[in-house]
Design a protein around this ligand. Structure first.
Ligand code: BG6
Length: 295
């Protein structure tokens, strides 16, 4: 189903037979809503993000490409999230697990003249968003180099998960991992504690993490399990009180209802030779309790 967003840009609504729903905007190829079969929203979206503006809304799952953060020469998190994507009518095929029996949409981003001025590499960025019969959300991105020379990029699914209260949240699966504590800093630290909990601003890139990371919300008795392929790193971010106040599109207390846990490739950027393709797949499953630790 194709509908108009408040900013005048089309959105695609995916539904499964159980009543779960995902809404994807052609603005940025961003998943802006994901609801389970009880109509509960699973992704955070700021109340200050009215969806009318030209900017990516603060919430959902913005795509960061071809740069993560602001350590490179491009705008923060790259330009892909601020561009208008098209529906890819004729996408190259994907394995059955990401097609048969699922509700999905394929989107495509190609660089404009303006993009090529700041990042002179011809590429095709494809995104398939799938809503499974079980309500799972899967995002599959493919980047193809259609340039005559190699290029490198970083990438992240900047996933804003909706939580009851940040003090109730634990992230499991990143124990003993190395991380970068400031995005542009090269110094590494090693995680010591059991699971990650939040008491202050938190902004880390965990390096070469396991394929499965769990975000447990004790109060809601809900666990998000993130399973990733082609995405070795995990970003964990919460702006906390002070930074939230400086962000115009985030309510002062809204940091409590969100945590970003991103499947990403940052520390060692991907390099593609002409004609090569990279794929990054993120599946988010919602279960009543911890999944990674029990399986
Ligand atoms: C996080 C970064 O991933 O994204 C933060 O670690 C940044 O530094 C945040 O503030 C949000 O970025 P933006 O550009 O959407 O405000």
């Amino acid at each position: 189903e194709r509908v108009k967003g408040l900013n005048g840009i089309d959105q695609i609504v995916l539904r499964n037979s159980q009543g779960a729903l995902a809404r994807v905007s052609l603005h940025g190829g961003q998943v802006i809503s994901w609801q389970n079969d009880r109509g509960e929203e699973l992704l955070f979206a700021s109340s200050k993000a009215n969806g009318k503006g030209p900017k990516a809304i603060r919430g959902g799952i913005p795509i960061c490409f071809p740069q993560f953060g602001n350590c490179g020469s491009l705008e923060q998190h790259g330009f892909a999230r601020n561009k208008i994507w098209t529906v890819d009518e004729n996408p190259p095929s994907l394995p059955a697990k990401d097609s048969s029996g699922k509700s999905f949409i394929d989107l495509l981003l190609k660089p404009s003249e303006e993009d090529l001025k700041c990042w002179p590499h011809s590429f095709e960025l494809r995104l398939r968003v799938c809503l499974g019969t079980d309500g799972n959300l899967t995002l599959i991105s493919r980047v193809r180099n259609i340039n005559a020379k190699p290029f490198s990029f970083s990438f992240a699914y900047h996933s804003y998960l909706s939580v009851s209260d940040i003090s109730e949240v634990r992230v499991e699966g990143l124990e003993t991992m190395d991380y970068l504590d400031n995005l542009c800093q090269k110094e590494r630290f090693t995680e010591q504690g059991d699971a990650i909990t939040f008491e202050a601003e938190f902004e880390r890139v965990y390096i070469s993490s396991p394929i499965c990371v769990a975000v447990l919300d004790h109060e809601r008795k809900r666990t998000y399990v993130l399973k990733k392929e082609g995405l070795p790193d995990v970003v964990v971010w919460n702006p906390w009180e002070k930074k939230s106040k400086s962000m115009a599109d985030l309510g002062d207390d809204e940091y409590r209802q969100m945590v970003c846990v991103d499947g990403a490739v940052i520390e060692k950027p991907v390099t593609l030779k002409p004609g090569e393709e990279w794929m990054g797949r993120l599946e988010i499953i919602v279960v009543p309790s911890s999944f990674c630790s029990e399986n």
